[in-house]
Design a protein around this ligand. Structure first.
Ligand code: NAG
Ligand code: NAG
Ligand code: NAG
Length: 232
């Protein structure tokens, strides 16, 4: 009786496991990601493969490629092409079907398309060439959005930008001193929003003057927005 129960429990789990991994050569990768020149991008990636009959050995090899050129791998001693050496980092865990990769110092020539390849010893290898990602390299960052709220004698200003480089997020600076706080939010799989909020007690000298927010991105590009504090 107990054994039967245990067996049906096991069976249920096996069925569930099969259903949750459809067992196809598929990869979940965005088609295009806009990213700022000079900055970095984290390319989210997960992949799937047909379930093998027996356990696969260790030492899985994962490669990111552009054509036949290898741009990133999980193998730490691999000699990468000089064009990508030190600019890519394999962040994922291949055995957990995670092929997430970081590309830094983005160049105009980094448009791609890039694709992932997995090599599982004594099982199979596969190149996910139908699931490529392209980088839409943006030359200049758009200005941040800047909003200001004045109540009584206090000003609260918020400056926000979106970016693709969570490891080295943008740095904000304000033309007026005050208390600065910052927060970050993930907008989707590859896009983050960084917000800087400045608050200060107003003095008469603050009015009819520019209040500027400057944003410095990874790689050195800057962008700015400006507003004039109005007297009421
Ligand atoms: C894949 O790995 C990255 C980097 O470690 C991590 O941020 C991400 O959450 C992982 N994705 C999944 C689906 O587990
Ligand atoms: C400044 O921020 C405002 C509010 O977010 C926005 O509407 C405006 O377009 C920005 N200025 C520039 C120059 O883009
Ligand atoms: C703020 O921006 C305005 C308009 O772009 C500029 O004229 C002014 O010099 C800037 N002020 C500071 C302190 O950066």
């Amino acid at each position: 009786m107990e054994l039967k129960l245990w067996l049906s429990f096991l069976l249920l789990h096996v069925i569930h496991d099969v259903q949750s991994s459809p067992g196809l050569w598929t990869a979940d990768i965005p088609k295009t990601i806009p990213a700022l020149q000079g900055s970095c991008v984290v390319i989210p990636c997960t992949y799937n493969y047909p379930k093998p009959a027996s356990k696969i050995l260790n030492r899985w090899r994962g490669f990111w490629r552009k054509g036949n050129k290898i741009i990133s791998t999980n193998l730490p001693k691999w000699k990468l092409n000089s064009e990508y050496k030190k600019r890519t980092q394999f962040l994922g865990n291949v055995q957990r079907r995670n092929c997430t990769m970081l590309l830094d110092g983005i160049r105009k020539t980094d448009a791609g398309p890039f694709y992932f390849r997995i090599e599982m010893p004594q099982y199979k290898s596969f190149s996910y060439t139908k699931h490529t990602v392209s980088i839409e390299v943006v030359r200049d960052p758009p200005p941040p959005s800047l909003s200001v709220k004045v109540d009584d004698d206090k000003v609260t200003a918020s400056c926000s930008v979106s970016h693709s480089c969570p490891s080295i997020p943008p740095v904000f600076s304000w033309s007026r001193s005050g208390i600065v706080t910052r927060r970050s939010k993930r907008l989707n799989k590859w896009k983050w929003e960084a917000v800087s909020t400045l608050t200060f007690q107003t003095r008469l000298s603050d009015f009819n003057k520019h209040l500027n927010c400057t944003v410095l991105f990874r790689g050195g590009k800057q962008t700015k927005n400006s507003t004039i504090l109005q007297t009421w």
